[in-house]
Design a protein around this ligand. Structure first.
Ligand code: ADP
Ligand code: MG
Length: 376
């Protein structure tokens, strides 16, 4: 088993080959580690900047064993490894965050049960197996409501908005036979998130609460810090700590939350990995979410997650986003990031830009629009 802290030149194994793995691998390289990526994709964003790659699906035992053999610690940028796959990896090398944490975040019902059990509020919800369940749950939770697959959803995939009784049957038809969960629709004032790292010794470092704006269910903008009342901010930070502790997390965790019209904070979902709403930390913080990810799993000291600047992050999504790349490169003040993906399909995250402001000087909406005008 590995000795922590991992010494220089040790190998970090990362499951998943996307942009989160790419940016984690870049942070690992700066700390003197090599990364070995496990991914299904050839020429993945993460493998392009890493020392080694195993190309395989996430359940082939032979590949999982070869991968585990080659690394000193295993972490994730993609969480949906099968239970058997996780057990196999954990039997060979330290897996951080632990398989138990991934099992909770992989399944919306397990996640909401865990959160509520830890005293953390969510939207009202109900498990749905049949159309009759759905009808009964809608009676209880009311409309509008959101029907979601319990597993494997991302960027709004595997979801249906229910506005009227006539929406129930077609939505159920489209999403079943997968296990489903119904959530009451939260008429939120804003969406916020907190990214927090926790070490094996229980030390925690949490970035400031940020505001997230989605377009077509995909993150479009992150504003750091969130422009929320101090009490809401305090509640969000307390929730992130409570969740990290209750999970006994070793690693990085993002907590997505809704702030409702009364200022109540409800958790939407959690992700035990770097998160799109933390990309601004690369440019606005001495140690980014990716550095804290690597530090926490490698057993290195966790610095405080402070920011030296305020920031706005804008995603470059799909063909339209990629078409903005020359402008992102040319505009003074925009910090461009491109992920190395070769096909810009609609909705695919191709890159992002960050715009920094002096700490305390994040402008209002018109100022933000102005700061990103070069991309308009
Ligand atoms: N219960 C809900 N009430 C209001 N908006 C929701 C609800 N569930 C999801 N949404 C909207 O859809 C987005 C994506 O849903 P989420 O559950 O976070 O799934 P994903 O795994 O796709 O990120 C949320 O960020 C939010 O904007
Ligand atoms: Mg989400």
């Amino acid at each position: 088993m590995a000795n922590f802290p991992l010494p220089p030149n040790a190998t970090v194994g990362l499951v998943g080959g996307g942009q989160l793995g790419r940016m984690s691998a870049l942070a690992a390289a700066r700390l003197g580690y090599r990364c070995h990526i496990l991914t299904r994709e050839t020429d993945s964003p993460a493998a392009q900047v890493s020392h080694a790659v195993t190309i395989s699906d996430y359940h082939d035992p032979v590949s999982l064993r070869a991968f585990a053999n080659a690394v000193d610690v295993i972490s994730f940028e993609f969480e949906n490894v099968s239970a058997e796959g996780l057990d196999l990896l954990a039997a060979m090398k330290p897996v951080r965050p632990a398989p138990s944490v991934l099992r909770i975040s992989q399944d919306r019902v397990a996640e909401k049960s865990f959160l509520n059990g830890a005293g953390v509020a969510t939207a009202p919800w109900a498990e749905v197996h049949t159309l009759t369940d759905l009808e009964a749950s809608v009676q209880r939770l009311g409309l509008p409501a959101v029907l979601k697959t319990t597993r494997l959803g991302y960027d709004g995939k595997g979801q249906a908005m229910l506005r009227a009784p006539a929406d129930l049957a077609p939505a159920f038809e489209r999403l079943s036979p997968k296990p489903l969960v119904l959530e009451g629709f939260v008429d939120f004032a804003c969406e916020i998130s907190v990214v927090i790292a926790r070490g094996a010794d229980g030390t925690m470092s949490a970035f400031d609460t940020v505001e997230n704006r989605h377009s077509h269910h995909i993150l479009d903008l992150t504003l750091a810090p969130a422009r929320i009342a101090p009490a809401v901010d305090a509640a969000a930070q307390a929730i992130a700590r409570r969740v990290a502790e209750a999970l006994d997390l070793v690693g990085l965790l993002a907590v997505e939350m809704f702030v409702d019209a009364q200022g109540q904070v409800l958790v939407n979902e959690i992700a035990p990995r770097p998160h799109n709403s933390g990309h601004w930390t690369i440019d606005a913080c001495p140690a980014s979410q990716f550095e804290l990810h690597i530090r926490s799993i490698a057993g290195l000291p966790l610095p405080p997650a402070v920011r030296h600047s305020d920031a706005v992050m804008k995603n470059l999504i799909g063909p339209e986003g990629l078409a903005l790349w020359p402008k992102a490169l040319a505009a003074p003040g925009l910090i461009p990031h491109l992920y190395g993906k070769d096909g810009a399909t609609p909705g695919r995250k191709m890159g992002h830009v960050t715009r920094l402001f002096p700490r305390g000087a994040l402008p209002g909406d018109l100022g933000i629009e102005d700061a990103l005008r070069a991309l308009a």
